[in-house]
Write a protein that binds this ligand. Structure first.
Ligand code: ADP
Ligand code: MG
Length: 238
């Protein structure tokens, strides 16, 4: 569970090619970080995987099943954005439960899932608070909690830490790493922060202008960059 495959995925907006034929095979449980300069198509690729945008060409598979034409809800992926997008009038508990309530999941099951997510993310003391009573890091944890309760086959993160100050960013990065170790769930994580990429990733996708330049382990990218672009982007000595 949690294998993702992209084959020849392309996306254009109004005739402009933004994703230019991407092939990727992501293993079950793998933590894949996507890096590349601003505007190279990272968010777009994540949105294509999530089904928030239709592909112009190509195919997306989850666990061997073609999901290219499926709605986001049928792909069973959870997306965590940089803006937390919490409902301001709902408590932490309410925010985490909302998606399950609309999906008509039975109440005892919702309570169990929210309790489990709150335990994993150390949100138990905060369950009755409103978003405005939380710090930025706590809000981002609630957003992650909202993703966890849906029991997704994979998590998609788009620069989840970029709104946090430096100290909180480090702390939340450690929490995300811990979360991944405990759940073992596939993650695709976009960032422009090299430290985040190097410390979180099993493998890193280096993108440039809508194409994948290299997809390999942090060590391999550092020691054996495919080209000068990758070397400069990763900051390797070559
Ligand atoms: P990144 O996340 O790597 O910074 P994006 O995926 O957000 O890059 O954007 C890649 C390119 O696609 C940019 O040039 C952006 O302006 C363009 N783009 C993204 N979304 C849209 C859209 N909905 N309509 C038109 N152009 C878009
Ligand atoms: Mg982006």
């Amino acid at each position: 569970m949690g294998r993702l495959a992209l084959e020849g995925v392309k996306k254009s907006f109004g005739g402009v090619d933004v994703i230019r034929g991407v092939d990727l095979a992501i293993r079950d449980g793998e933590f894949v970080v996507m890096v590349g300069p601003s505007g190279c198509g990272k968010s777009t690729l994540l949105r294509l995987i999530a089904g928030l945008e239709p592909v112009t060409a190509g195919r997306i598979e989850i666990d061997g099943r073609d999901v290219t034409a499926l709605e986001p809800v049928d792909r069973r992926l959870a997306m965590v954005f940089q803006s937390y997008a919490l409902y301001p009038h709902m408590t932490v508990r309410g925010n985490m439960a909302f998606g399950l309530e609309t999906a008509r999941v039975p109440k005892p099951e919702i309570d169990a899932k929210v309790a489990e997510a709150a335990r994993i993310l150390a949100l138990e003391p905060l369950l009755d608070r409103l978003p405005k009573q939380l710090s930025g890091g706590q809000r981002q944890r609630v957003a992650i909690g909202r993703a966890i309760v849906r029991d997704p086959v994979a998590f998609l993160f788009d620069e989840p830490l970029s709104n946090l100050d430096a100290a909180l960013r480090v702390q939340t990065r450690h929490e995300i790493a811990k979360l991944h170790r405990s759940l073992g769930r596939t993650a695709v994580y976009v960032t422009h922060d090299q430290v985040e990429a190097m410390t979180l990733a099993d493998r890193i996708v280096v993108m440039d202008a809508g194409s994948v330049r290299q997809f390999d382990t942090p060590e391999a990218l550092y020691h054996r960059p495919a080209d000068l672009f990758v070397a400069q982007f990763i900051g390797s000595p070559k």
